[in-house]
Ligand binder design. Sequence first.
Ligand SMILES: Cc1ncc(COP(=O)(O)O)c(C=O)c1O
Length: 440
Amino acid sequence: MLLAYDQLLAEGYLDSAVGSGTFVAANLPDDGLPKSRQRPSSDPAASPHAVSRAAVAAQAAFAQAVGFRGQAPTYDFQYGVPNVLDFPHELWRRLLISAARRRSAKILAYAHPSGVPELREAVARYVRQARAVACSAENILIVNGSQQALDLVARTLCDPGDRVVIENPHYSGARNAFSVAGASLVPVPVDRGGLSVETGEQIVSDAKLIYVTPSHQFPTGAIMPLARRIALLNWAEALGAYVVEDDYDSEFRYLGRPIEAVQALDTKGRVIYVGTLSKTMFPSFRMGYMVLPTALVEAFCAMKYVNDRHSAILQQQALAMFLSEGHFERHVRRSRVRNAARREALIASLRRHFGDRVQIADENSGLHLLVWFPDLTAQETPALAQAAEKLGVGVYSVAPYFIGDPGGCGLVLGYAALEPPGIDAGIALLRRGWDRVTTQ
Ligand SMILES: Cc1ncc(COP(=O)(O)O)c(C=O)c1O
């Protein structure tokens, strides 16, 4: 009872005066709050001039986003979703609790934008050892996933109208960040070795940035050979441009020696390296890192500060422990084995149900396959996706990743979230959908 009084006093509902007792407060704390309505009845539609050009571009990008539909299909081959059940959730919970127990000002107050020192050290050790990236903790900036890294790159290095080279096809998250910043995109074709540097040299004479996914080109899967990596660095040097190396899924290489990052070959401070934990841990974690050339560290830190001050400290502390105690490496090793099995299951299933009616771009790494269906045209891809959806299968066209015509019917099939029996059941149904479209 006394506790209840104390609570009401603390919240301002009661007043107490020594010698005269406790009374209901004359001014209740909620008095004066306007009565809320769910939505102002006269809410006007936003005029096209109400929002910035950047917001108009962002709305156009968001309208293309997949993954927000109400009910997920039974067999969903959506790219970009790892198998969240592979993740050691119990261990992660313990690390979060252990970080939360340290009730120091270090955890609870505002912090430096670059990230907590233990995590920057742990990330620097990891990228040096796993990707041969040349760096120290001072070069690391902790960010909220690669998407924030790309946004920071665009804001820190581009003024409206600056030219940015992107792969064609390319990761739409990068295109969104650069185009919303007002950059002028220059698509350069991709071949079996990734971005065609030779073509780029012929068609581009001026650019601020060159965005690439050299260890596993998104979405084609091409791996950039060494000679081309060197040519890319020379080209960037000649243009005075920075290379943005998006190393989004390099942990998942299933055969052969890992290839070192382009950043490892850079002697001129031209490469901005971007890594994410969305594929190895889980996407809602929203954590990633950048390895910046020393000359850019200050400008990026300042931009991160303006953007969101810094990434969440509790998560950073837990991640530092996850990395430095060896859990991350063990988890990646285990999920690599599982994802390799899922990949093999998908290839076997495509072969079983489609024979040579599919062409598979297969480079033995990553979490998705790009699959072409030569009997269908690019214009028939939506019909194939719709036929599959009616049968409970989610498949996604490659077309949104192209500027211009993809040149055929292609699907990006993410397999990490499914297990082999589900993969086979889904591909069997996709074949039924394909039969319907081709016999129409
Ligand atoms: C090329 C590429 N970069 C980055 C990401 C990851 O983005 P984020 O770290 O923002 O989740 C993805 C995932 O879909 C990707 O395909």
